[in-house]
Design a protein around this ligand. Structure first.
Ligand code: NAD
Length: 348
C-alpha cells in the first residue's frame, strides 16, 4: 500500500484533492496534514472522514522537528503539497507569515522527504502545487508559458515563487524527484468567502455592497476546482519527473464582467428582478501592486497528458452558486467569528 501525504487538505483545493484520492485510490493510505488555520475547515471533508484509507493529522509544516518525526514514522512514498497562506490581501498586511508557511514550511517538507528517501527515489515523488501569480503581470496580449520568467509582485506570489525555486533546487542539487504545477484562479464549492467569487455570492445573498477593486478591469483566468483536482491527479501519476506544467481554464474574465455575470445568475436564482444585484457594485480603493492580467497557456498539459477542463465557466458557476445556496450553514459558520472581524477591517 502506498502512503501519500497531502498537506493543506482541509483548505479549498486540498479538500477536493483529498476527496478524489481517498475515493479513487482505495489501495493508497492518504494522510491529510493541516494546521487548521482560519482557512482550514474539517467540514470541507466530512464526507470522507470515516474512510478506511484516510487519516487526518493536525500539525504545522513550519514546525521542523514535528515534520521530521512525522516522515520518520510514516515513510511516505509521495507528497502533494498544497498547505499555504493563499490570500494576496493578507500577504500585504502580514508578509512574514507567508514566508514562514510558504517558504520555510516547504523547505521543512523537502528536507524531511530527502532525509526519509535517502537517495532511494524509486516510486517516490514530491509535488508542489503552485500559482500562475509567480509570473507577475501581463499586458493586454500574451500568455504565461512554463518558460516565462518569474516576476512576482505581491508578498504572496514572491513566497510561492521562492518555494517553487527551492523545489527545483532540491531536484537539481539532490536529485529529489519532483513535479510542479502553476495554476490560475480556482473557483467552486468550499471556497473561503474572502476570495472574489464566494465573497460576491455571499454578499449578493445578504444584500451587502459588492466591493470591486480599482476600475474593475483586472483580468484573471478561472478554472473549476474539480478540474484542477483531476489535473493534479494526472500530473502526480503521469507527469514527467523534474518537469513543470501550467494549468488553466482557457477562460479569461475582467473582474467587472465576472461580477455582472454573477449578479445576473444570482438575481435569477433568488427570484429578484434583473439588474437588482448590480446596483450594489461599489468600486473600492485598489489593492497595492495589483497585477493587471494573468492568462495561462495550458497547452503543454493538454498535449502531453491529455488534460482539459471538463466544464464550461457557465456550468461551473451554476454548480458553484447552487452549492452555496444549498450550504448556507457552512457559509454562516465560517463568516462569523474571526472572518467577520477581518472583513470589517478590509472593506469598511
Ligand atoms: P486555502 O487557503 O483554502 O487552504 C490552505 C490550507 O493550508 C488550509 O487548510 C490551511 O489550514 C492550511 N495551512 C496553512 N498554513 C499551514 C501550515 N503552516 N501548516 C499546515 N497547514 C497549513 O488555499 P487553496 O486556495 O486551497 O490553495 C491551495 C494551494 O494551491 C496553495 O498552495 C495555493 O498557493 C495554490 N493555488 C491556489 C489557487 C487558487 O485559486 N485558490 C490557484 C493556484 C494555486
Amino acid at each position: 500500500m502506498k502512503k501519500i501525504l497531502i498537506t493543506g487538505g482541509a483548505g479549498f483545493i486540498g479538500s477536493h484533492v483529498v476527496r478524489l484520492f481517498v475515493k479513487k485510490y482505495p489501495q493508497y493510505q492518504i494522510f491529510n496534514l493541516d494546521a487548521l488555520t482560519y482557512a482550514g475547515n474539517l467540514e470541507n471533508i466530512v464526507d470522507i472522514e470515516a474512510a478506511p484509507n484516510y487519516t487526518f493529522i493536525k500539525g504545522d509544516i513550519v514546525d521542523a522537528p514535528f515534520i521530521d518525526q512525522l516522515f520518520a514514522e510514516h515513510q511516505f512514498d509521495g507528497v502533494l503539497h498544497l498547505a499555504a497562506e493563499s490570500h494576496v490581501d493578507r500577504s500585504i498586511t502580514d508578509p512574514l507569515c507567508f514566508v514562514k508557511t510558504n517558504v520555510i514550511g516547504t523547505m521543512n517538507l523537502l528536507n524531511a522527504a530527502k532525509a526519509t528517501w535517502q537517495g532511494d527515489y524509486e516510486g517516490k515523488r514530491f509535488y508542489h502545487i503552485s500559482t500562475d501569480e509567480v509570473y507577475g503581470s501581463l499586458g493586454a496580449e500574451g500568455l504565461f508559458t512554463e518558460t516565462t520568467a518569474y516576476d512576482p509582485n505581491s508578498p504572496y506570489s514572491a513566497s510561492k515563487a521562492s518555494s517553487d525555486h527551492f523545489v527545483r533546487a532540491y531536484g537539481e542539487t539532490y536529485g529529489l524527484p519532483y513535479v510542479l504545477t502553476n495554476c490560475s484562479n480556482n473557483y467552486g464549492p468550499f471556497h473561503f468567502p474572502e476570495k472574489l467569487i464566494p465573497l460576491f455570492i455571499n454578499n449578493i445573498i445578504q444584500n451587502k455592497p459588492l466591493p470591486v477593486y480599482g476600475n474593475g478591469k483586472y483580468t484573471r483566468d478561472w478554472l473549476f476546482v474539480e478540474d484542477h483536482a483531476v489535473a493534479i491527479d494526472l500530473v502526480f501519476h503521469e507527469g514527467v519527473n523534474h518537469d513543470t506544467y501550467n494549468i488553466g481554464g482557457f477562460n479569461e474574465w475582467q473582474n467587472i464582467d465576472l461580477v455582472k455575470l454573477l449578479c445576473k445568475i444570482m438575481d435569477a436564482k433568488l427570484g429578484r428582478a434583473a439588474g437588482t444585484s448590480e446596483q450594489s457594485i461599489s468600486y473600492v480603493k485598489d489593492r497595492p501592486g495589483h497585477d493587471l492580467r494573468y492568462a495561462i497557456d495550458a497547452s503543454k498539459i493538454n498535449k502531453e497528458l491529455g488534460w482539459k477542463p471538463s466544464v464550461t465557466f457557465e456550468q461551473g458557476l451554476e454548480r458553484t452558486v447552487n452549492w452555496y445556496l444549498e450550504n448556507q450553514t457552512w457559509l454562516n459558520n465560517i463568516t462569523s467569528g474571526e472572518y467577520a472581524t477581518y472583513y470589517e477591517k478590509q472593506y469598511n
